[in-house]
Design a protein around this ligand. Sequence first.
Ligand code: HEM
Length: 323
Amino acid sequence: MKLSKLSAIIVALIVVDLGILGCQGQLQYGYYKGKCGTKDVEAIIQAVVRSRFFSDRKIVAALLRMQFHDCFVKGCDASILIDGPFTEKTAPPNLSVFGYDLIDQIKAAVELACPGVVSCADIIIAATRDAVVLAGGLPFQVQLGRRDGTVSLASLANLPPPDISVPQSIQAFQSKGLNAFDMVLLLGGHTVGVTHCSFIKNRLYDYRGSGKPDPTMNPIYVQILRYMVCPRFSTTDNSVFLDDPWSALRVDNNFYKQLLQNKGILPIDQALASDWSTRWIVQLLANTNLFPRLFNQALVKLGAVQVLTGNQGQIRKNCRRVN
Ligand code: HEM
């Protein structure tokens, strides 16, 4: 065999082995093109998200939180969706996660189009993207091709608590391959949605046993929250918008502006604006229009954390159960 022919074969083998042509075992843009007959998988997902969004705009908050809680625990493998005792869903930080019914609805639609092709892990990522765009974000592409995990344990769901310090949070994100800049961008997910009074009562009434409110919280805001939202002896655990109420269903940079006015709700949110290592990022995002594009990029990065691809894991038939 001629040398040139031999080297061509070797190059071809390397290309196949590394998956350079087929990108096997890797996430790809447009992954489902041609894999579901003539059907457009991403368009099917988008149609279901659209119809939910217009009847329930809170779905954007549900999906963003779901993506974060899925990807941070054993990677973006849809382990958060599995039902059963002691699964991730039952872990305390996940008890207020919702939107699982939307994922079921999307799964039913894609299974109808092409059974056993579209992973639940990809559905979370693509649906979150669609909701972010509907809620005012910029359009963007997401990489797909994830496979679903087969293990889901509450004991593994150690998600960061709301009073985590900035250095500890940086470390938690770094352990997932995300840097401090990504972390500040991703916490921008709190541009939508709510928390509950129980998470912030100590900031409003008895900060670190002082009997006084958190001095880093805007005093007028403290009064508003005390009297209008979280009365001290209320028997209900009311919801509190994480961003200014008028902007709390919009994906925009108002969250960072709010932090610069000391109106952050969760301790970690406000801490981003006081810690020297992250304050400049908060200022940059509050004072420019960089957030929407950079947030999209950070979501794509979050969506690539410890993914299963190629022959790993499985494509679940039902997102709530392993096959
Ligand atoms: C250090 C990191 C984070 C901490 C400590 C944290 C903590 C929290 C807490 C305590 C809540 C309120 C839960 C409740 O009251 O039931 C919450 C809500 C939320 N989080 Fe985070 N979070 C973090 C990062 C993220 C990231 C990276 C995203 C998405 C990119 C995200 C998206 C959301 C959303 C959208 C909500 C509102 C959910 C709703 O309205 O139901 N969070 N987060």
